[in-house]
Design a protein. Structure first.
Length: 164
């Protein structure tokens, strides 16, 4: 038995997820959902994603950073040199969230059990990293909750859960 693996990301209408190691959109409700879903669980991320976190390791979560720089340490986080190694360190009763970036998403999409995506209903003006293509013959929409644009969110967005 293996740990449940969920990928969590915010994507624009073209699948873009970031620009210069930053998120594309400021979405307070997405950040709130991210915190609700991941708190108390394990999060796996690449080195660049960890370095983009404003305060370092996220509290109340087991932080795992994937890096090929063997001697690098990150306060409050464990490091592994591969996704396989990181997942092997997780017990079968752990819920694991892969939180980025693009390369870690690419490595994990075939191992994931669930995708929790925030689909922003616009194309970012510029992006340099993209989420892997979600193959609809593999991934089936389980739930979609739509949100209109409002005073805190410049664009409409949907919280979408996909399962295999």
């Amino acid at each position: 038995m293996k740990a449940k693996v969920t990928i969590i990301a915010a994507v624009d209408s073209n699948g873009a997820i970031g620009l210069r190691n930053q998120l594309l959109f400021h979405l307070p409700e997405d950040m709130k959902r991210f915190k609700q879903l991941t708190t108390g669980h394990t999060i796996i991320m690449g080195r660049h994603t960890f370095e983009s976190l404003p305060k370092g390791a996220l509290p109340n979560r087991r932080n795992i950073v994937l890096t090929t720089h063997k001697d690098t340490t990150y306060p409050g986080a464990e490091t592994y040199s591969s996704l396989s190694e990181a997942l092997e360190s997780c017990s079968s009763d752990e819920e694991v969230f892969v939180i980025g970036g693009a390369e870690v998403y690419r490595q994990s999409i075939d191992r994931a059990d669930e995708l929790c995506l925030t689909e922003v209903q616009t194309a970012a003006p510029s992006a340099d990293v993209y989420f892997p293509i979600v193959d609809k013959s593999v991934w089936h929409e389980k739930e979609r909750v739509s949100h209109p644009a409002d005073e805190r969110h410049a664009y409409p967005y949907d919280f979408v859960t996909y399962i295999r």
